[in-house]
Write a protein that binds this ligand. Structure first.
Ligand code: P6P
Length: 339
């Protein structure tokens, strides 16, 4: 099996005047992922479980592993020197560095260091999600918010690490999606899922139906469509909801399906964050032949206005997302954003 480093070097070969800086940046991310993976795998044995006693900008209680994971990725990116600023779900403000090496870094990273961490104590798969952009500001100084506030169609790369029955890195640089499984016996990510493609049609829908009464009419109509008895179109569909975006999306990427986190009247932008949850997952979905929108607009075309901005999220098999968008346009025009 091809190692991740061999694959990255092959990819670098066909990037004109690639200087190896992106290769080092991605390697920094994988180093932190291996350290986080080690702590997750023994979480029940140490005192790494439980709460940190603080809240993040989401107003969510920070768990010790959230803080640990956040620190590992920040340290790895800081010492790697390729990244001049980080937007993290765990930090209200942009993270910048004082060292010269980092301030000359060409890239910025947006990340959710440990998404779905409330699932840790029940041993459910969780994940790290990241977006990588080229900085727009002049090198030599710390990165700025504007370096991060770029639409997903400007991404250099995006991916996730899923800490599950096995630990995998799934990422894309815009030339398709490839999955690498961590062989902990040698500490290497090995290419286990080359050229991943999401089935255009699928029959799995993932949504938290506890919010049903608050859903827009378009989502309710789409759920009615999913539940109709029509064997010709493989309905009624199957519902699967893990409560961990990376785990739900990873299953749908492999088997086909749609994940939805819609806006509701009291939270029209939904729960998920654009920059470091929706954009990276949308990028992978599109690179694998799928689709991703806020019900109306392509996620990758949305211009972020602030680091922790939320948007509704519909992502997965192309035909399923298009059908959900049809119902949103027909029944819930009032949720359509102005622009
Ligand atoms: P709810 C985890 O907190 C997360 O950000 C995603 O990983 C997950 O899909 C979603 O929120 C779960 O949210 O409201 O259904 O518990």
């Amino acid at each position: 099996m091809k190692t991740l480093i061999e694959f990255i070097n092959e990819e670098q070969a066909h990037i004109p005047n690639a200087s190896g800086e992106f290769t080092r940046l991605l390697n920094d991310i994988t180093i932190a992922a291996k350290i986080v993976n080690r702590e997750i795998n023994k979480a029940g044995l140490g005192d790494i479980m439980g709460y940190e006693g603080k809240q993040n900008i989401q107003g969510e209680d920070q768990k010790k592993l959230d803080v640990f994971a956040n620190e590992q990725f920040i340290e790895a990116l800081k010492h790697g020197g390729q990244c001049c600023a980080i937007a993290s779900e765990e930090n209200d403000e942009l993270i910048t560095f004082s060292n010269k090496l980092s301030n000359n870094g060409k890239y910025v990273v947006a990340m959710d260091p440990l998404d779905g961490s409330s699932n840790i104590e029940v041993n459910v798969s969780i994940g790290t999600i990241f977006s990588i952009f080229k900085r727009k500001s002049e090198p030599g100084k710390p990165g700025t918010n504007e370096d991060l506030l770029q639409p997903g169609n400007q991404l250099v790369a995006a991916g996730y690490v899923i800490y599950g029955s096995s630990t995998m890195l799934v990422y894309s640089t815009g030339h398709g999606v490839n999955g690498f499984t961590l062989d902990t016996s040698v500490g290497l990510f090995l290419m286990s899922h080359p050229n991943m493609k999401i089935p255009e049609g699928g029959n799995i829908y993932s949504i938290n139906e506890a919010n049903y009464i608050y859903f827009p009419e378009g989502v309710k109509e789409y759920l009615r469509y999913c539940r109709e008895d029509d064997p010709k179109t493989n309905r009624p569909y199957i519902t699967r909801y893990i409560g961990s975006l990376v785990a739900d999306f990873h299953r749908n990427l492999i088997r086909g399906g749609i994940y939805m986190y819609p806006g509701i009247r009291k939270n029209p932008n939904g729960k998920l964050r654009l920059l470091y949850e929706n954009v990276p997952v949308a990028f992978l979905a599109e690179q694998a032949g799928g689709k991703a929108s806020d019900g109306f607009r392509r996620i990758l075309d949305i211009q972020p206005e602030e680091l922790h901005q939320r948007t509704p999220f519909f992502v997965g098999s192309k035909h399923m997302v298009e059908k959900a968008e049809y119902f949103m346009k027909y029944y819930s025009k009032e949720f359509a954003p102005e622009k």
